[in-house]
Design a binder for this molecule. Sequence first.
Ligand SMILES: Nc1ncnc2c1ncn2[C@@H]1O[C@H](COP(=O)(O)OP(=O)(O)OP(=O)(O)O)[C@@H](O)[C@H]1O
Ligand SMILES: [Mg+2]
Length: 246
Amino acid sequence: MADVLLEARDLRAGYVPEVDIVRGCDLDVAEGDLVSVIGPNGAGKSTLIKSLFGLVPVRGGTVRFKDEDVTGAPTHRLVAAGIGYVPQTENVFPTLTVEENLEMGAYLRPRILEDRYEELFEWFPILAERRKQRAGTMSGGQRQLVALARALMLQPSLLLLDEPSAGLSPANVDVIFERIQLINSKGVAILMVEQNARRALAMSDRGYVLEMGQNRFTGPGKELLNDPKVIDLYLGGRASGGAQSA
Ligand SMILES: Nc1ncnc2c1ncn2[C@@H]1O[C@H](COP(=O)(O)OP(=O)(O)OP(=O)(O)O)[C@@H](O)[C@H]1O
Ligand SMILES: [Mg+2]
């Protein structure tokens, strides 16, 4: 098995005092792995991701990243350690151009800008064509690419993605998943929350089903995809062929 990159144990986190939303989660991401978290609305998926990025207070448990204890560490320290994050909503600066959005992603190390532009424009050619366009005038799919590229500016070893395919047309969903697999193939580990559970599990080394802030099922993505209980409870039943219940 590859080296462990991120390891959360009995993680507890929440917004309001004494109300835990994440209620004792365990999570492992190995170097270079693609890992998905699925589960019903309100299960705490976004809260889990945010707590791993210092955006929601951690109340208990431990988080280790690259063999260091980062439990409750502030966001800037996690970014410096090599974690990138793309939020579920409002993940670009709409009035800034593509280039300026990417620049914001490199604020800690402005000198790397030109090198990073080069690689990221190679991974996302459409952004090279549109580097002077304001992000707010782009399609949902293109904005999601801007958000991905911004989060990759500091060459993270782990990328946290919250519902990268949400609200996109089927064609754009294909584009985003294909780009995510490309990023992963370059060695960037990915932990993503997805509503598009079948697609996400099918491409994942590991999957987690979260329910009410706790691990419900865990296993290799393809195993979960074929587990009758997971199918019945979370994948819209056996005959659905990928359709998702709301
Ligand atoms: N900023 C906040 N302040 C207080 N409670 C919040 C906040 N954000 C989310 N919650 C609560 O935390 C719980 C879990 O929300 P979360 O957004 O983590 O779920 P989710 O699994 O990401 O759901 P979805 O699939 O709808 O994105 C919900 O009960 C929600 O009301
Ligand atoms: Mg969410």
